[in-house]
Ligand binder design. Sequence first.
Ligand code: ADP
Ligand code: FBP
Length: 373
Amino acid sequence: MYGVTKILGIQGGYRGFYARNTITLTPKIVNDIHKRGGTVLGSSRGGHDTVKIVDSIQDRGINQVYVIGGDGTQRGAGVIFEEVRRRGLKVSVAGIPKTIDNDIPVIDKSFGFDTAVEEAQRAINAAHVEAVSAENGIGLVKLMGRHSGFIAHYATLASRDVDCCLIPESPFYLEGEGGLFRYIERRLKDNGHMVIVVAEGAGQKLIAETMQSIGKDASGNQLLLDVGLWLSQKINEYFKKNKMTINLKYIDPTYMIRAIPSNASDNVYCTLLAHSVVHGAMAGYTGFTIGQVNGRHCYIPFYRITEKQNRVSITDRMWARLLSSTNQPSFLCNKVIEEAKKEQERAAQLLDGSPSHRKVDDEVAASNLGRTK
Ligand SMILES: Nc1ncnc2c1ncn2[C@@H]1O[C@H](COP(=O)(O)OP(=O)(O)O)[C@@H](O)[C@H]1O
Ligand SMILES: O=P(O)(O)OC[C@H]1O[C@](O)(COP(=O)(O)O)[C@@H](O)[C@@H]1O
């Protein structure tokens, strides 16, 4: 369509610009990549040497750079764009959001998220089978998402077999009235079994009370303490101390979910993103991330994408729907709800520069919060 004669694939993430070989991408090479999990180019963390990257872009005569990845990758693309602009180079820099976490703001969802939610059903179903097959069975599933709880949230809503969903955005506590242990006791007495889904970023403050931080990854992201193992141990200890028999099965499908090929919905979404981002670069746009916003494909300036992360809003209808579907306690006091609402209003004003038009559905959220206390 555009008569492009050469497309380079940069291998091994950002450091691939200067430290690894590149491969020439041809229709034959990319023909079936949508049927394979992972990445044909390989990825890496860290290694973002902006000067070396832009030197490489300049030396190779590259005039369009398409950067595929999560929120960190988009931040890295933004830095490259600034350096290209500083040097006055005629190079278009465009980002394509790809992460199972759905933690990229502004866009409706990220490519990979639908696939992760769909694959998580298999783990939750397995947890449910194990839970119903034993006396006071508890199936515990840990899902990815880093500091956002969207995968756990939507996988719980999709499954309808989950009795408790714990996410980073909604703090919880274990002991005492309204705590997790009392809720587990009640569910086991009423139902004989239960399924708990925990996002990997949940409970980090609680765990840090008894466990040392394990530092950061090569990209500077805080490494998460293993909430799945910690929660399994805490639950077993509590019920042993209270002389109540339980059979807890812990399932950690995190990498199985991330490694599978994208599903049909994500394949179509990815194709549309690719078409839109190329049309944008060919039309002369630069410094943007392509994304679907309210169903329409938009060119979003990097600074909008990188100014914050997309997080689950616990005063939104979708979270209220989850609470009414699981019947779990909200683990929240009114002060936290009010703070969350204020944060949501501030975020809405930031996005559209005016007072928030979106009225938080207090009645639904509050009634569910109140009802489950
Ligand atoms: N603020 C930043 N400036 C430059 N490079 C960044 C920045 N944030 C992340 N990166 C780079 O982007 C790449 C991917 O970031 P990372 O957080 O590991 O993954 P993800 O894109 O999935 O969030 C890494 O090579 C990292 O060094
Ligand atoms: O952005 P992607 O590639 O979809 O993967 C995101 C997931 O990868 C992780 O960052 C873990 O990655 P690593 O274990 O490979 O460092 C999770 O915290 C996060 O949910």
